[in-house]
Ligand binder design. Structure first.
Ligand SMILES: *Cc1c(COP(=O)(O)O)cnc(C)c1O
Length: 372
């Protein structure tokens, strides 16, 4: 093995149970984007076996992959679905999100012609300004949907924009979102049309807004043991599931004044020990200067431009390093940890982007910490 991910399904299942206990509700496990890089089918299978009532994905194609892997757990597509998938969705009992009349009536025509029923969840716009029917139109929209042949309204939901960053007082954007959602929900209830599943909270919402848990909660980042944000950290019982490792492919002594990698953006100051690892930007390792990795339990700087499939390390502080040594990009080595959050901070981004960027070509090895 040269460059691989180790994914602890035991940690994911542990985190799932922690969330279930905290929320006292069913947890919709969000496995979009290849389960945040952790591997769609394997993670979804483990969560289904652990009792997850619901799965959620961003796109129809992801839901379809679950069904092809014989994972039959109720699944919601959170984003827009082209009407070409309405019939396959009805066949596979995949729930679609609806938020406009034109698309909903196209779905209705397609499935009702075949005598089928499509279950849908209505997305309400409360402050993300991404997709959703305006909160004050949700009641009328659901009443209208109820008259459409072949459509069954099973859910009503919204999504928080700022739940990871609570503000004091009534100007808190999430509290405003909750108030708008409550308004929409009471309109729907007054009409006697409350769907079976009302939901709003993402991971940060579960932690910061217990009043917004409704019938189920939707958790992504917390399932993987990653903090929703620096301000909203997970309790200690959560465990990160993903480690990213590789092996040193070469170590050499390079004379002073030598240029390292493309465009010679690093020049050796003296004779330096330079290592090579088989990790590049095509694996999801950001092409920027200033990355770090662990070698023999010590932090080693990445030097020079990151290539597509390889990059170089400065190993002067780690003279024992030799080809074949394990290198850790995310995970623990000799008691030292590099987290997805550390990498995200170096990259000026969020942990979500770090693990989602882990390329499909990386081999994923699954372990189960509860059974070792
Ligand atoms: C991605 C997503 C989630 C999960 O968010 P986390 O912050 O990862 O918990 C929940 N709901 C919707 C609509 C999403 O798009």
């Amino acid at each position: 093995m040269t460059n691989w991910l180790e994914i602890d399904l035991g940690a994911i299942v542990n985190n799932y149970h922690e969330l279930e206990q905290m929320a006292e509700r069913p947890v919709m496990a969000v496995v979009k984007a290849n389960a945040y890089g952790h591997g769609l089918e394997t993670v979804a299978q483990a969560l289904s076996e652990a009792g997850a009532a619901w799965l959620a994905v961003a796109r129809f194609e992801e839901a379809s992959k679950l069904r092809k892997a014989w994972i039959e757990t109720d699944t919601l597509v959170l984003g827009y679905t082209d009407p070409q998938w309405a019939i396959p969705a009805a066949v596979d009992h995949i729930r679609l999100t609806v938020f406009d009349r034109e698309t909903a009536s196209t779905y209705s025509q397609l499935v009702s012609q075949r005598g089928m029923t499509l279950k849908v969840h209505v997305k309400v716009e409360t402050g993300m300004n991404r997709i959703g029917v305006p909160a004050d139109e949700a009641g009328a929209f659901i009443a209208w949907l109820h008259e459409l042949p072949g459509i069954e309204v099973e859910g009503l939901f919204t999504h928080f924009a700022c739940a990871d960053d609570p503000q004091p007082g009534e100007n808190d954007p999430t509290r405003r979102q909750i108030a708008l959602f409550e308004g929409a929900l009471s309109e729907v209830e007054k009409a006697g049309l409350r769907p079976a599943w009302v939901h709003a909270s993402n991971s940060a919402g579960i932690l910061n807004y217990p009043q917004a848990r409704y019938d189920l909660v939707r958790a992504g980042i917390a399932l993987y043991g990653l903090h929703p944000s620096p301000q909203t950290q997970l309790p200690v019982a959560f465990r990160p599931a993903l480690a990213w490792k590789c092996r040193l492919s070469a170590v050499k002594h390079v004379p002073a004044g030598a240029g390292i990698s493309y465009n010679h953006r690093y020049i050796t100051q003296a004779e330096e020990s330079i290592g090579t690892i088989p990790v590049g930007y095509a694996d999801g390792f950001r092409r920027r200067l200033g990355n770090h990795v662990l070698v023999r339990g010590k932090i080693a700087p990445v030097v020079g431009t990151i290539c597509m499939d390889q990059c170089m390390l400065q190993l002067d502080q780690i003279p024992q390093a030799q080809a074949g040594d394990e290198v850790v990009l995310i995970g623990e080595q000799n008691g030292i940890r590099r987290s997805a959050e550390d990498l995200a901070a170096e990259w000026g981004t969020i942990n979500y982007e770090v693990t989602c960027a882990a390329a499909a070509r990386l081999p994923r090895f699954y372990i189960n910490s509860s059974s070792i």
